[in-house]
Design a protein around this ligand. Structure first.
Ligand SMILES: [Fe+2]
Length: 279
């Protein structure tokens, strides 16, 4: 079941109703009707090398390989400017051999200080800084729900995401790659966040359900609607259910690039060392 509510009626009580998938109509978002196009545009302008060159800290780079079949690989980059992840999946042939072609998921993690400290070098960051600020009215209504632990604080993290299948050489293969991309990168999970606001997809694929429910529902995120993703910290603190979510491609489009946009409210602890990205 999905409950659609309006920002004007939004209260912290939304976290007491986590047996239902919650979608919120946020009128402020009318200022950003082209946000998914802006995601695509940001990807044409973003360069990790540029971010590495303007940052003050030494970049942290972590390469990983999924040990068993080695079909999953990836690199995580981060410094004081942004985080940038690229994950690869290599679909198998019908015989179960590696196909030699890859699909990718890339994420830019953009923070409040990305624009404040580095905006003059990164003109694309301005739009996202404004959007996150305009969503603060939603965050302000929701945060008082939580008695946050003494040594913790919250952070805003905008996830600018691209799923790409650019190595498919014909439409039939593209369909296979799109399906693999959504199945492999969109495995069901609950975010390791406090909560998130899903701000839409260029090609709608997200399905959601309260943790433990049988059936997924597909929310309508057109217009100014956002999906509330109850993360594991909110579920713990409120004794509620996280929002389990996954991607599902139903063969209805053939685009090589698919985009999505999510604002995460993450819970940080004063004494934590390495920051892990919460999906
Ligand atoms: Fe997620």
């Amino acid at each position: 079941m999905i409950e659609y509510s309006h920002f004007d009626n939004l209260t912290t009580g939304i976290f007491e109703n986590t047996d239902t998938v919650q979608v919120i109509d946020v009128p402020r978002l009318h200022l950003y009707p082209d946000r998914l196009n802006r995601v695509a545009d940001t990807w044409t302008k973003f360069s990790w090398d540029k971010c590495a060159s303007i940052g003050e800290d030494e970049p942290h780079i972590h390469e990983w390989v999924f040990p068993e079949n080695k079909l999953f690989t990836g690199v995580q980059y981060s410094n004081d400017v942004v985080g940038y992840d690229i994950d690869y999946y290599e679909p198998e042939t019908d015989d179960g051999d590696p196909s030699g072609k890859k699909v990718t998921r890339e994420k830019i993690y953009c923070y409040e200080w990305t624009h404040r400290r580095f905006g003059k070098h990164l003109p694309w960051a301005r739009y996202w800084y404004d959007l996150v600020n305009d969503l603060e009215c939603v965050v302000e209504k929701l945060l008082p729900a939580f008695d946050l632990p003494e040594n913790s604080y919250t952070q805003r993290q905008l996830n600018i995401i691209k799923y790409e299948c650019k190595e498919a050489s014909n439409n039939e293969e593209l369909k296979i790659h799109r399906r693999e991309s959504s199945d492999r990168f969109g495995v069901d999970h609950i975010d390791g966040t406090l909560f998130g606001l899903h701000l839409g997809e260029s090609h709608p694929e997200i399905h959601a359900k309260p943790d433990g429910a049988d059936e997924y529902v597909k929310p309508d995120l057109t217009g100014n609607k956002v999906l509330l993703l109850v993360g594991e910290h909110a579920a713990d603190l409120m004794n509620g259910r996280g929002t389990d979510h996954r991607l599902f491609y139903n063969g209805d489009y053939l685009a090589k690039s698919r985009y999505s946009l999510i604002l995460d409210i993450t819970l940080r602890f004063n004494d934590e060392e390495d920051l892990e990205h919460p999906m």
